[in-house]
Design a protein around this ligand. Sequence first.
Ligand SMILES: [Fe+2]
Ligand SMILES: [Fe+2]
Length: 269
Amino acid sequence: MFAETFNPYRPSVIAWPSLAPDELHRLRSLPIWDIAVQTEGRARLSFAAYATSLDDAEMRSTIMLNAWEEHRHKDVLSHMVRAYGIELAEEPPYRLPRDREFAFLVTGYSESIDSFFAFGLFDLAKRSGFFPAALVDTFEPVIQEECRHILLFANWLALRRASIGRWRRLRFELKVAAAWVYIAGLRVGLARSIGTDKTASQQETNFTVTGAQAVTPVKIGVRDLLQVCLQENDRRLAGYDPRLCRPTRIPGLARFVLAVGKLWPGGRR
Ligand SMILES: [Fe+2]
Ligand SMILES: [Fe+2]
């Protein structure tokens, strides 16, 4: 699947549309560019590091292609940043992870969370007309590629679980749980740093909070946002072979939040 659905687009030949002054201002003030560039850089390193640790040649080249695509995302962003004069913070050094599988789990799950929300925010940006369609369309291959990445990750997880014995499986599940604790710690830590100084980490914290307001002039509540994210998640994943495993954790959590929200007084709003 991963090889068959490869998209050969080239960032260097993207024609960046010219923007009106207010559109340019909106784009420059989106609080996501530093963290987007750094996330792609870290994802690339983490995937490449894990790929080189694998004996299975087919899986190694597949995950290496995923790493290569993360670098291409970074390339798209750096071309865009140059085209529109967006200033970026200095990138921190990227360090090779000590436990490659753990880093792969953290990156894969983080990408599953981020992509789920990105699908919804991207659709809002598109429908609101807040940004010119030509600019939004430029990012379509990147967003769909992330969908493909989280699909690969879900299937890698299923294969890994199926191919190890009971004791190694137990160890693996402990690692999965540790990855979730690590991700939760990272995100809570970042949330606490709000208002300290204007860094890339503050941007990340604010991303989902302000993201929806940043891409659409219409006020949108959590419930509606989650619904858009779920719809887009299903739509983007629908085109792939139905025999493949789908990412279930984040969409499941979103459905749970929506179901609990309905029970709350005034929750329907
Ligand atoms: Fe990416
Ligand atoms: Fe990705």
